[in-house]
Design a protein around this ligand. Structure first.
Ligand code: XMP
Length: 528
């Protein structure tokens, strides 16, 4: 196991992800983790980047025991500063910001005085490579017994290594895809230098998570969690069901803005198909009642839906807890499951650094304090594609595993303007046709997310020799790997023509269809 100590960089989780891609098992813990509290010994340690300067009085530092472990250590960005600070204290040139691409020149030492091991980090990497920089401080000179192993035009010590010990520091970020050889560098460190095993698989993740959940919850504890029918909540729910069976209570809140026939379909798949203990609550009227009259404020829609959701969920949780009390299942419900993924975490939590809050995603951090529930988030470290792999391992049907993501506020944020039952009907029917055609054309998996949005304007058309004045549907389909940036999908004309024809003909109240050709950024995937 490789221990990743997190100093809070926006890229920290990418380190763990890259290691998992190398089939290396790692655990990421806060940078202040006391080693004495671990019941395992890492084969190597990676110190992440972070938004601090080691100069600051309140700058975090690792447990000094890390440096006494005598295992290889790789410091990335702030991690390099941390190593330099530990071994040299006064080696920093002060704050000088550097962001973006840089060219790295690798300095090889051969078997000279520095010893052969200092070259190991850059094995199979060309002498000149592109890297991604994002840092404040830089080194002015090397701490004692370190040698420079890489430079950039701006940083004479963009990489350093200890002459005799397996200690390495790099100023750039190997974990981001903008550093094309980054994965080779991480592999050199984890596999060659640390000799970590490369036998970790998603199957092992399942076993580990199930064991972790059982240990956390105990043999009486009960867990409640909302499911939406999407891949994240279903995978999280299935994992809980495997771990604790019916002591996991799944709740599907029908908020009236789900897709066409969705509540029914989800119920069938989760209960009959996956054996999950599910309660479905139809609260459509309550939601739609509260959305009435909200015309021009997307964040207000999100808040109404988020708050109403919490209210309904809380009521349901109370009822389920009361029932559980009366049955043989002992104990109150004390845990809440959330299917939060890593990208949700960074898009929603604004940190000191550049990942500021973009939208208030209602499935993150919306936990009411008075519920007194402890949070379980088994997918918190994973990215979407990893969750899909996990879902497949858990025997979740293909169709569900590959389902496009669907936002918590549902089609309410795809109905621009007021959400009324009639608008919901139009948006739902158009969306259904669009998705049906995407599937029929064999494109569902190529497109990362697609939907029909309903614009709050009317246009003129002519249908059956009659002048009509009705609404406009905007189709949106994007390709993306991480949902943080996205490009619109280049359907061919014949496909769009067919979808447009069907929607105008089959959906009452629509006379025009347009296709959204905005990438993210500057657009977002959803329209609100
Ligand atoms: P945006 O629109 O921010 O969407 O580009 C990125 C991804 O997040 C989904 N999304 C949401 N999911 N609650 C959710 O659970 C929300 O409020 C929300 N807003 C956007 C969106 O569907 C896309 O997959």
């Amino acid at each position: 196991t490789i221990l990743v100590l997190d100093f809070g960089s926006q890229y920290s989780h990418l380190i763990t992800r890259r290691l998992r891609e190398l089939n290396v098992y790692c655990e990421m813990l806060p940078c202040t983790q006391k080693l004495a509290e671990l019941d395992w010994t890492p084969k190597g340690v990676i110190l992440s980047g972070g938004p601090y300067s080691v100069y600051w009085d309140d700058a975090p530092h690792v447990d000094p025991a890390v440096f006494e472990l005598n295992v290889p250590i790789l410091g990335i960005c702030y991690g390099l500063q941390e190593i330099a600070w530990t071994f040299g204290k006064n080696v920093l040139a002060g704050e000088k910001r550097e962001y973006g691409h840089a060219y790295l020149k690798i300095k090889r030492h051969g078997d000279g005085e520095a010893g052969g091991h200092v070259d190991k980090l850059f094995k199979d990497v060309e002498d000149d490579v592109e890297v991604w920089m994002s840092h404040g401080d830089k080194l002015s000179h090397l701490p004692e017994d370190f040698v420079s192993v890489a430079t950039t035009s701006n940083a004479p010590f963009a990489g350093m290594a200890h002459k005799t010990k397996p200690l390495y520091g790099i100023q750039f970020h190997p974990e981001v895809t903008h550093t094309p050889k980054g994965k080779v560098i991480l592999k050199n460190f984890a596999v060659d230098i640390c000799q970590a095993r490369t036998d970790w698989t998603m199957g092992k993740f399942v076993d580990q998570e199930i064991a972790r959940i059982r240990a956390l919850v105990g043999d009486k504890g009960q867990v409640i969690g909302a499911v939406s029918g999407g891949v994240d909540s279903t995978v999280a729910a299935k994992l809980m069901q495997e771990a604790i069976g019916d002591r996991f209570h799944a709740v599907l809140v029908d908020n009236g803005v789900l897709r066409l026939n969705e509540a029914k379909q989800v119920k069938e798949t989760l209960t009959a198909g996956l054996g999950i203990n599910l309660t479905v609550i139809d609260a459509s009227e309550r939601f739609l009642g509260r959305l009435k009259g909200v015309t021009d404020d997307p964040e207000k829609k999100r808040k109404i839906i988020g708050n109403t959701f919490i209210e309904v969920f809380q009521e349901t949780a109370k009822n389920i807890a009361a029932e559980a009390q009366g049955s043989s299942k002992a104990g109150d419900i004390e845990w809440l499951l959330q299917g939060t993924l890593y990208p949700d975490v960074i898009e929603s939590i604004s940190f000191k650094g550049p990942s500021a809050t973009i939208k208030t995603h209602h499935n993150v951090g919306g936990l009411p304090k008075d519920m007194n529930l402890k949070l379980i988030e088994p997918l918190r470290e994973l990215f979407k594609d990893e969750v899909r792999e996990l879902g497949t391992k858990l025997g979740i049907p293909e169709e569900l595993v590959w389902r496009h993501p669907f936002p918590g506020p549902g089609i309410a944020i795809r109905i621009l303007g007021e959400v009324t039952p009639e608008q919901v009907r139009i948006a739902r029917e158009a969306d259904y046709i669009f998705i049906e055609e995407i599937k029929a054309a064999g494109l569902y998996r190529k497109v990362s997310q697609a939907f029909a949005a309903l614009l709050p304007v009317k246009a003129v058309g002519v249908m059956g020799d009659q002048r009509v004045h009705s609404q406009v549907i905007a189709l949106r389909a994007v390709e993306t790997s991480d949902f943080m940036t996205a490009d619109w999908y280049p359907f061919d004309g014949a496909f769009l023509k067919n979808v447009s024809r069907r929607i105008v003909n089959e959906v009452n109240g629509v006379c025009r269809v347009v296709y959204d050709i905005t990438s993210k950024p500057p657009g977002t995937i959803e329209m609100e």
